[in-house]
Ligand binder design. Structure first.
Ligand code: ACO
Length: 324
């Protein structure tokens, strides 16, 4: 069976930095509150770019770094909860911009688990050893945030990251195990992007907005309860223990959640690298951004066993164990 190896990683962050003090001009909050509750100090916010612009930059960088041509790409999957449009997909926009004429393209929406869900799909799509695919997580969450609502506005940021994968015959494949979970009965704990149905026949008096609505404590409890369970299930499937893992590349929602996860698993915080202080929560983009930073810094190298876990809206969890 043909399965993937990650050949290259890349990320792109919009230039404009907004720090916690900047936010105090727009809402009743403080650097101290945000830092102690979330670990976030800065986030990058687009001034003119949209999600497709960020995703295109990542895909272009992947091609340049890997020396693979656009025509060699078989598929492009973009994980996003903040596409420019419902259609075309961001992935189709990327395919068009790259002129990747042999690639089919589509988006996946599993919120902050989007990247691991998309990678899981991509892993199964490869059928030939020579085949290449691109998987990008890209978000412009700043357009889904109510900038008057301090309970959500301080948390999120914009950015994109991705990987170029290649088919590989058995022996050198990277995915050791995965665990994907959806708890749809808890879907009301985190919502964004609602669309009013304003059709001429509608008699519904709808007051929902498209902005983020979150029951923060529910998400905290869900993440700290369900993520360790998902990691343990995936480890058992791979016949590994937590002690076999070199790095945990966890969705960067909140520094406190990550610290709690390390504690729950009985592991040192140093095994859980973070960049949430710099970028805030970038949903489907956070794992590939962190992965690329770690690879570039040689903190993840060939042979390392890593766990990637996304968690968030849905509610969803997506764990993948990869032998790098
Ligand atoms: N600045 C100052 N005060 C604030 C702010 C703010 N930005 N936001 C809320 N407060 C106030 C509240 O109004 C409340 O005041 P009150 O006691 O007078 O009513 C007080 O601070 C405490 O509010 P809580 O919501 O109870 O604060 P909590 O300690 O639960 O922290 C937080 C909130 C940080 C959101 C926490 O619940 C959390 O980390 N949840 C997980 C959220 C998360 O990670 N979501 C994203 C995951 S899903 C995804 O990635 C898309």
């Amino acid at each position: 069976m043909i399965r993937m190896v990650i050949k290259e990683t890349a990320h792109y962050i919009p230039k404009r930095v907004v720090n916690n003090d900047d936010l105090t001009m727009y809402m009743d909050t403080s650097d101290e509150w945000i830092k102690t509750r979330t670990g976030i100090e800065n986030r990058h916010i687009v001034t003119s770019e949209n999600t497709s612009d960020l995703a295109i930059k990542v895909a272009q960088t992947l091609l340049i770094k890997s020396n693979v041509s656009a025509e060699q790409i078989s598929f492009i999957i973009v994980a996003t909860m903040s596409p420019d449009y419902t259609t075309p997909s961001v992935a189709a926009q990327v395919q068009g911009a790259l002129q990747a004429s042999n690639a089919f393209a589509f988006d996946v929406n599993a919120a902050c688990s989007g990247f691991t869900y998309a990678l899981s799909i991509a892993n199964r799509m490869l059928s030939k050893p020579s085949q290449y695919g691109i998987v990008v997580g890209a978000e412009v969450l700043s357009k889904l945030v109510d900038w008057q609502d301090r309970t959500t506005a301080v948390l999120f940021g914009d950015g994109a990251g991705g990987v170029l994968i290649q088919g590989q015959a058995e022996g050198n494949q990277q995915v050791l195990a995965e665990d994907l979970v959806t708890l749809g009965e808890k879907s009301n704990s985190l919502k964004a992007g609602y669309r009013l149905n304003e059709n001429i026949f509608s008699d519904k008096n709808d007051t929902q907005t498209g902005y983020f609505e979150m029951v923060g404590r529910d998400i905290y409890a869900f993440a700290t309860r369900e993520v360790p369970k998902s990691i343990k299930r995936a480890l058992a499937r791979a016949n590994l223990t937590v002690n076999d893992i070199d790095k945990f590349v966890i969705h960067q929602a909140n520094g406190r959640i990550i610290e709690k996860l390390a504690k729950e698993l009985g592991l040192a915080k140093t095994l859980f690298p973070t960049n949430v202080a710099k970028y805030g929560n970038t949903s489907a983009a956070s794992i590939p951004i962190l992965l690329d930073e770690l690879v570039q810094a040689n903190e993840i190298t060939i042979g390392d066993t890593i766990v990637m876990v996304g968690f968030g809206g849905g509610l969803t969890v997506g764990t993948m164990i990869i032998k790098y």
